[in-house]
Design a protein around this ligand. Structure first.
Ligand code: NDP
Length: 289
């Protein structure tokens, strides 16, 4: 079997077109959705991510502003800027590009963002809402994966879903979202014994590890849907996912590529959350759920 390649770029473009309609409806009411992006230091990958997010915003009618800090900036300076952005009515979403330099406490910075502007969904209040099944902002990458699965019509209820990785920004929220759709969810991590034995039971396998091509064909159930969240830079400068794409493609029923799979969805969901935040602030109901 050769798997169907799930085209994240096309699905993200369709979603952005829907978001654009919502943004235009807001603009017609005199509200332009505003996203503030905080970048600390000069990590080249972070700079690329920030640029992609600003571009996608501009295409969709979201105004983004970049707030840059030197790598040796004080944590208090970042916190002060967040406090100002929290109070700014023209800013509806605040994103802090991770990772932050080690001196700056990431949890403190994230917790300083007003939950109503936490469009990345990393604030403990939003993560708690996700656990409790209440409305809130959901982290963009797992939300993007769910959107891909829905658009592809991948059944989840009663199916075995395995998530490799348990970070707060991908693995854990991913597991909760799959559970919400009634999948039977297993979460794997670096201490999981016999990983291939677990992953081979997955009807839906999500890899969010950060190790190039670690998911090999013998770890995949024939006919499974495989979603590759990983982004790994190879020594030659090219990108690879966590899945051995060429080999797994021959076993799975559907698979996301890297690049062009989950990455564009993450960006689209960020913009969607920003427009949603602006709509909430304006007391307006949106077309896109
Ligand atoms: P983290 O480093 O925070 O988490 C990695 C997880 O993988 C951990 O839970 C770790 O386990 C687990 N792990 C590590 N080695 C193994 C192993 N050998 N077997 C099983 N599990 C293992 O990464 P993130 O969650 O932040 O990101 C994961 C990947 O997704 C990265 O490549 C990142 O670049 C990419 N990413 C992509 C995005 C996109 O838009 N496409 C957005 C965000 C991230 P333990 O907890 O035990 O240490």
């Amino acid at each position: 079997m050769t798997a169907k390649i799930i085209d994240g770029k096309a699905i993200a473009a369709a979603l952005r077109a829907e978001i654009k309609r919502d943004a235009q409806a807001l603009l017609a009411r005199g509200v332009q959705p505003g996203l503030a992006v905080i970048l600390v230091g000069d990590d080249p990958a972070s700079r690329i991510y920030v640029r992609n997010k600003s571009r996608a915003g501009a295409d969709t009618g979201v105004r983004s502003t970049l707030h840059e800090f030197a790598a040796d900036a004080a944590e208090s300076a970042v916190l002060e800027r967040i406090a100002n952005l929290n109070a700014d009515p023209g800013v509806h979403g605040i994103l802090v590009q991770l990772p932050l330099p080690a001196r700056i406490r990431t949890e403190r910075v994230i917790a300083a963002i007003a939950p109503a502007k936490d469009v990345d969904g990393f604030h403990p209040l939003n993560l708690g809402a996700l656990v409790a099944g209440h409305a809130g902002f959901v982290p963009c990458t797992p939300a993007g994966v769910m959107h891909l699965l829905a658009r592809e019509g991948v059944p989840l209820a009663g199916r075995n879903a395995v998530v490799i990785g348990r970070s707060n920004i991908v693995g854990k929220p991913m597991a909760l979202l799959l559970l919400r759709e009634n999948a039977t969810v297993t979460v794997c991590h670096s201490k999981t014994a016999d990983l291939p034995d677990v992953t081979r039971r997955a009807d839906v396998l999500i890899a969010a590890v950060g190790r190039a091509r670690m998911v090999t064909a013998n770890m995949v159930k024939p006919g499974a849907c495989v979603v590759d969240v990983g982004i790994n830079r190879l020594p030659d400068g090219s990108l690879a996912g966590d899945v051995d794409f060429a080999a797994v493609r021959e076993v799975a029923a559907s698979i996301t590529p890297v690049p062009g799979g989950v990455g564009p969805m993450t960006v689209a969901l960020l913009i969607a959350n920003t427009v949603r935040a602006a709509a909430r602030a304006a007391g307006m109901k949106l077309e896109t759920p």
